[in-house]
Design a protein around this ligand. Sequence first.
Ligand SMILES: C[S@@+](CC[C@H](N)C(=O)[O-])C[C@H]1O[C@@H](n2cnc3c(N)ncnc32)[C@H](O)[C@@H]1O
Length: 276
Amino acid sequence: MSDWVNQVFCEDALSGLARIPDGSIDLILTDPPYNLGKDYGNASDQQSVEAYLAWTEQWIDAAVPKLKPNGSLYIFLTWRFTPEIFVMLKKRMTMMNEIIWDRRVPSMGGSVRSFSSVHDTIGFFANRKDYYFDLDAVRIPYDAATKKARSRSIFIGAKWLEVGYNPKDVWSVSRLHREHPERADHPTQKPLEIIERMVKASCPPGGIVLDPFMGSGTTAIAAKRLGRQYTGFELNPAYCAIIHERLAAPEVPMTGAKKRKAAKAAMATLSTEETS
Ligand SMILES: C[S@@+](CC[C@H](N)C(=O)[O-])C[C@H]1O[C@@H](n2cnc3c(N)ncnc32)[C@H](O)[C@@H]1O
């Protein structure tokens, strides 16, 4: 096995990407610094606009050639730099979707001179027309009431009714509250539910997912749970330790009781932070 597969390196993505062979990655799934001034123990989120956009273009140029010809890329962003970064990516790949992640932020005040921002933008890009995409792996089952309403003879045996529907491009999934069982000590950790949907749809079983900005390692955890391989980088040694801890932890499926407790705790700690 290659020495970069199923490894997360505690190093700068720009130098680390050089160790990955071109054309070897099925899916790039990444959540880079948004340049909102967050403290990741480094200055990556606190750059001038010019420096941030130049750095973004630099890592995109280093990362995209790592994709296989039928590979694809998902990138988390906010409205602030989405237009500029989507244009960069559209020059290199084909844009398939703009997905809105509704973080389910409650209505509790917020901005007074503009509308409260409660979503992240996710760009989905493909290298080529025949990119890998497994819709059946991410279909959403119809509920019993919908199935019953479609019980007339013309619908009997309809494949779409049995297999469920294609997720739409607005994904409403709560951000991870402090009390959530998934939550690690990272300020912008993403929910596994979202990352796993991308991995299932866009990386074949056994394929390799690259995340140049691992944070708490959610992409690696999702890949491991779903029988895919992973590779990537994280600059902050404290986050690297979290990643290794999360990867080593035995997988404990959440029981109904635990889920209810987590939901209750989340309701109790709702806050109005602008971005997750
Ligand atoms: C938005 S967070 C990723 C969060 C992650 N998706 C999760 O679920 O935990 C971005 C991460 O990129 C890291 N980072 C910033 N610049 C980096 C660089 N040049 N190379 C590697 N990691 C970097 C930051 O330390 C931060 O943890």
